[in-house]
Ligand binder design. Structure first.
Ligand SMILES: Cc1cc2nc3c(=O)[nH]c(=O)nc-3n(C[C@H](O)[C@H](O)[C@H](O)COP(=O)(O)OP(=O)(O)OC[C@H]3O[C@@H](n4cnc5c(N)ncnc54)[C@H](O)[C@@H]3O)c2cc1C
Length: 457
């Protein structure tokens, strides 16, 4: 049992003071994990008046040096938090999102991302270097007064009489009114709430973000270009005002399908794109070959909250990246969590009220977010499957649907995702999930069916 520290959220060492925690003048939170989700949550809670300590296992904060697409549902929040201008200084706002058939080279869809699109969603669609976005968030969190602590690996969390505690592997304990676990795909805190496991999709990503002078085969410098191929795709876009170029190649591993331990190798990469147009095959030269990223997700989890402990970001709802929404959804989490704390915790008058107010705020956060993120998780799977078809009839239908979407115009496929009204408790009641499997099915490979989502009335 922890000694509840005189300074909330500072590490404590002895074990007998559950009843002696002095009143804290303001709400306190510990955030576990310094990825985009954790830093955004810490910043937002701090901006709203919470005293926040963020603990990160790595000795330094950082992100993979690759690109990230940020749709308007995320950039609108960055604007609200006062960060969009700084992000825009180092980002690119592409003119179009372009889909092409990777085998024939034919253009299937060219969606304009400026003008009407930007006006409709009141924010831009941008592509940024992950390290740039992450550094801007960390700087803002530090400047706002978040206490950032590196080199702390959390082993578990527990609810206490006064809130919750994050217990580190080295025995240090971090006490606060609430603990927010943004500890990623393999979250140790999620393991306390669910026995599910990450699900390998059998697809693997190779990435490369190179200075433009080193790029051998660049695609359109003003657009995000997605090439759709049989069991593979390739994404290209500029970064840092065109000074860099980002390439991501994602393909299904035959070795995975054969059940082999080692899968997603460089040899498989070359083989996966052999039927694609030269432009795509040459773009593989822009990839780093030293590392690859096997793609995992999990099935939606209905409850991410246990008392005064809550999950956030990939810890709560890891998804396949086909909608380019994992980080965007983590930013939405931070926003909704902040709003729930603003409504329920900040007005609480004394310590007892405040502990209960946190429980209610975290419950509201869970109830608001879960229907939305479940829909994004399951749609991301379906979206990827539609990209990767290889039967000729399926390819024909896919291409017709993409071309029809272009001809139809409008925003029928993006309003639900990028629209402005998805982040309130009222909006959550309009999205219903119909789970078809328990979390036990999470151990299955992707062939297991995902929950079916439908819009409520
Ligand atoms: C190839 C690829 C492309 C993608 N493209 C996009 C895109 O274009 N747009 C988009 O929005 N999303 C994209 N995503 C998804 C996005 O990267 C993730 O959803 C997002 O980064 C998750 O952030 P997070 O903070 O929740 O988790 P993470 O980034 O995983 O951060 C977790 C942090 O917690 C720390 N941690 C873990 N365990 C502990 C512990 N026990 N104690 C202390 N600290 C701990 C880790 O060190 C890490 O810093 C993509 C993903 C991939 C793989």
């Amino acid at each position: 049992m922890s000694q509840l520290s005189p300074t909330p959220a500072a590490p404590s060492t002895s074990s007998d003071a559950q009843t002696t925690q002095p009143a804290s003048p303001r709400p306190t939170a510990v955030v576990i994990g310094g990825g985009i989700g954790g830093v955004a949550a810490a910043l937002r809670l701090r901006q709203l008046g919470t005293k926040v300590t963020l603990v990160e296992q790595a000795l330094e904060f950082g992100e993979v040096g690759a690109g990230l697409q940020l749709a308007p549902n995320a950039t609108r929040l960055l604007a609200e938090w006062g960060l969009l201008d700084r992000v825009l200084e180092v980002a690119v706002a592409p003119k179009h999102l372009v889909f092409r058939d990777a085998v024939t080279g034919r253009e299937l869809l060219r969606k304009r991302l400026r003008g009407e699109f930007e006006a409709r969603y009141v924010a831009p669609y941008i592509v940024a270097h992950r390290a740039d976005l992450h550094a801007i968030l960390v700087d803002a969190a530090r400047a706002a007064g978040v206490e950032l602590v590196n080199g702390v690996t959390v082993a578990r969390t527990q609810n206490t009489a006064f809130g919750a505690t994050a217990v580190a592997e080295d025995g240090r304990e971090f006490d606060a009114d609430a603990v927010i676990a943004a500890d990623g795909l393999r979250s140790v805190v999620r393991a306390q709430m669910s026995d599910d496991e990450p699900i390998p999709s059998g697809y693997v990503a190779f990435r490369g973000a190179l200075p433009i002078s080193d790029v051998k085969h660049a695609s359109d410098m003003d657009d995000v270009v997605v090439w759709l191929g049989p069991r593979c795709h390739l994404v290209q876009y500029p970064l840092r005002k065109g000074e860099m170029f980002n390439t991501v190649a994602v393909f299904q591993s035959p070795a995975f399908l054969r059940g082999e331990e080692v899968w997603g190798t460089e040899d498989e990469l070359e083989e996966a794109y052999k039927d694609c147009v030269p432009e795509v095959r040459k773009a593989l030269e822009n990839l780093w070959r030293v590392r690859s990223w096997p793609m995992f997700d999990r099935l939606p989890l209905p409850t991410w909250v246990d008392g005064n402990v809550a999950l956030l970001g990939d810890a709560a709802h890891p998804m396949l990246q086909y909608l380019a929404q994992g980080a965007c959804q983590a930013l939405e989490d931070a926003h909704v969590l902040g709003e729930a704390v603003r409504r329920r915790v900040l007005p609480a008058s004394d310590d007892g009220d405040r502990r209960l107010a946190w429980v209610e705020a975290l419950r509201e956060y869970n109830e608001t977010r879960e229907p939305r993120t479940s829909r994004v998780q399951t749609t991301a799977r379906l979206w990827g499957e539609s990209w990767h078809v290889d039967e000729p009839v399926a390819v024909l239908i896919r291409n017709m649907l993409f071309e029809a979407a272009d001809a139809r115009g409008g925003f029928p496929y993006t309003d639900w995702l990028y629209g402005r009204d998805a982040l309130t408790p009222a909006a959550a009641s309009c999205v219903q999930t119909v789970p078809t499997r328990s979390t036990g099915a999470a151990r299955q490979r992707l062939s297991g069916s995902a929950p079916v989502m439908r819009r409520g009335s």
